[in-house]
Design a protein around this ligand. Structure first.
Ligand code: COA
Length: 163
């Protein structure tokens, strides 16, 4: 499969996301990890911070690049000529939302396919929000996020405390 787009808010990227990127990179010739500007979320990290962290943690995958997009995912995917949209499924609870996204994208562009990867069980409980909550309260997130993300979280919450 030539090009896959892995979209998300990545606030911040976790080892669960990386697990999907790593596995998808063996199936797709090329992957764009695409940070969505329009995601209805208040984010902790700026888009540039999220992009820098993603670039850093994906540098060992030569067929993975990182971009930011605004507007509809489907328009962006079409502009890029993507063969499919990559999403991860962690648990049954993800299913309904993911089906809705995939079906809406399909409705807007018949040719658009969404390819789901089941998240590895050791990361099935992970989300960016739970990582932020644990880190904000001084908990240990080691092994759940890349080291650079752990450091960035520490810095962010230290700065927020000082402010
Ligand atoms: N490991 C760890 N966490 C995972 C995960 C995995 N494998 N897979 C999903 N998650 C978590 C994320 O950390 C995130 O957690 P959070 O809610 O605590 O931040 C959550 O699951 C889902 O977030 P994400 O995958 O980033 O998707 P999203 O719901 O924020 O955004 C987009 C989904 C970007 C695809 C969607 O908003 C979009 O397409 N936006 C563009 C505008 C558009 O086209 N809208 C119409 C869509 S039909």
């Amino acid at each position: 499969m030539p090009l896959g787009i892995y979209p998300g808010s990545f606030d911040p990227v976790t080892n669960g996301h990386l697990d999907i990127i790593s596995r998808a990179s063996t199936i797709f010739d090329q992957i764009i990890v695409a940070i969505a500007m329009d995601n209805n979320k208040d984010t902790l990290f700026t888009v540039d911070e999220r992009k820098d962290m993603l670039i850093n943690v994906t540098q060992s995958y030569p067929n993975v690049t990182v971009e930011v997009f605004s507007g509809l995912l489907i328009d962006y995917a079409e502009r890029k000529g993507a063969a499919g949209i990559i999403r991860g499924l962690r648990a049954v609870s993800d299913f309904e939302y993911e089906m809705q996204l995939a079906a809406m994208n399909k409705k807007m562009a018949e040719k658009c396919e969404t390819i789901f990867f089941t998240t590895s069980t050791e990361y099935s409980f992970l989300s960016s929000s739970i990582i932020k909550q644990v880190a904000a309260l001084g908990g240990c997130v080691s092994g759940l996020v890349p080291e650079i993300v752990e450091l960035s979280l520490r810095k962010k919450f230290l700065t927020n405390e000082e402010a």
